[in-house]
Ligand binder design. Structure first.
Ligand code: THU
Length: 129
């Protein structure tokens, strides 16, 4: 990804953050996922009073893209409302690994940007072979 593409993806993740629905945890998360064709898909966390039904921003972005027919992805940017780095939860890592194993992952905080590969965040992942 070019620096300008990364900047744009982060802007989109901040825009997705505004759509988060997190009245129970107070912890808002936004994600922007860019497909290989350059299209960007938003995700945000969506909470429910039945707390187990709450949905993470990363998986929301993936599902948003997949239902639109996308299958190949370049990168995802993830931002949280508290200004700290938001590392994807285990379930999101497994799903990102399944659909985008070569993707770049950008975590954004008030202090800067960290870049990870899927393998770094989820080594030795479960695969059905
Ligand atoms: N959350 C995400 O959206 N992504 C993550 O990677 C970690 C957690 C959400 C789920 C829940 O709505 C809130 O953050 C607090 O756990």
């Amino acid at each position: 990804m070019l620096p300008s593409e990364i900047d744009n993806l982060i802007r989109e993740a901040k825009s997705a953050l505004k759509k988060a629905i997190a009245p129970y945890s107070g912890f808002t998360v936004g994600a922007a996922l860019i497909a290989n064709n350059g299209k960007i898909y938003h995700g945000c966390n969506i909470e429910n009073p039945s707390l187990m039904l709450s949905f993470c921003a990363e998986r929301a972005a993936l599902i948003n893209a997949i239902v639109e027919g996308e299958r190949y992805f370049k990168a995802i940017a993830i931002v949280s409302g508290n200004g700290e780095y938001c590392f994807p939860c285990g379930a999101c890592r497994q799903m990102l690994a399944e659909f985008a194993p070569d993707m770049e992952i950008y975590l954004v905080s008030d202090k800067g940007i960290k870049k990870f590969s899927v393998d770094e965040l989820l080594p030795h992942r479960f695969k059905k072979i």
